[in-house]
Design a protein around this ligand. Sequence first.
Ligand code: ADP
Length: 447
Amino acid sequence: MFQKILIANRGEIALRVLRACKELGIQTVVVHSTADADAMHVRLADESVCIGPPPSRDSYLNIHQIVAACEITGADAVHPGYGFLSENAKFADILAAHNITFIGPTGDHIRIMGDKIEAKRTAKRLGIPVVPGSDGAVTEDKEAKRIAAAIGYPVIIKASAGGGGRGMKVARSEADLEVALQTARSEAGAAFGDDAVYIEKYLQKPRHIEVQVFGDGAGRGVHFGERDCSLQRRHQKVWEEAPSPALNAEERAHIGGVCARAIAHLGYSGAGTIEFLYEDGEFYFIEMNTRLQVEHPVTEAITGIDLVHEQIRVASGGGLSVRQEDIRFHGHAIECRINAEDPRTFTPSPGTITHFHTPGGLGIRVDSGVYSGYKIPPYYDSLIGKLIVHGRNRVECMMRLRRALDEFVVDGIKTTLPLFRDLVGNADIANGDYDIHWLEKYLAEGE
Ligand code: ADP
């Protein structure tokens, strides 16, 4: 087991990882920018190292400074959290070259999944169902037309190097196709320095369903069931739940099994998420994230398993603590992402939190790095906390969520709490009847 882990992140996830390390008796080092000197993860860590000024590229993305911090403090492993360097293959490779363990998959696995065309090819080869579309990049307009006609309109053009919901264009007919291709190519070239694009069928009313997987790096793979993250705004997840209200036990076991076998075959190590669109009973792979996800606590709530403990165990060579048959699902869990944003316009609302009071009671978990008097710096994403609620079934979970949202107090800044108070009383949400476009439509109607 590791002696000392350096946490290369900030905010709630830095604290989340720190808690797991403490439970396992592992010393912790955190790195932080000058803007985060007062952050909770800095206060609670055994050691902290300031690695630079506020902009992420000079601090949380500064590989040299982070490696130097490992060497100064004698850390033997790095947990990257999510975002920042968590899916940076070069970072994983550099740590390996310095004999420091990256708590995550190998650089090569990150690389494969970071390139969407390569990821889709790999998924297909491993028996994972994919969205019908071009086999690789499309360079000629004629070829694009032939493929689009064969799969049927509407189609979506996506950048191979895309991410964060950017670099996608929908073409509804052949008349739209040329312009859509051109725009997608030039946007991808400008944003990602790579103008390779591919085509796939545009699904009209899918749900976003993702499977949590784990590999031990030695050919064993398991799944921890799915999460439904269909409630999104601008491709950003807002509310996540497990299990999905749309799946039955048979579908869950089937898609979970497909994913676990693929992970085993790949020789993958650590946590990963295989993301699908789901429509009319069919799953379509869209991408794999090779890291811990923001929404992992809903899976922890229904399985009772600490996924960060598992990540650390696997990275240290101790293997997974569970076999597939040990992973059981209990009840229902929902996570609300509480952002420092206006609940209607979603403009960021940094500033000082004058009062912060979190709900409690059975089935309630709050993961947050903020406190009363904390000043939110304007440089980073606006997530200030996550409310995760567990109940024996979805109805109990929703009752408890409504009560917990009423108890939650964040004064001094605007937050997305009022949005969740609206959602929890909505009939479609109560029925679990929503797709990936539902929230955007709901917000547009309220304007
Ligand atoms: P990114 O890496 O940029 O997040 P994804 O491939 O994960 O890109 O897609 C992001 C979102 O775009 C999906 O959650 C979905 O809302 C939409 N999307 C992607 N592919 C399709 C498709 N073939 N049909 C319909 N919507 C899609």
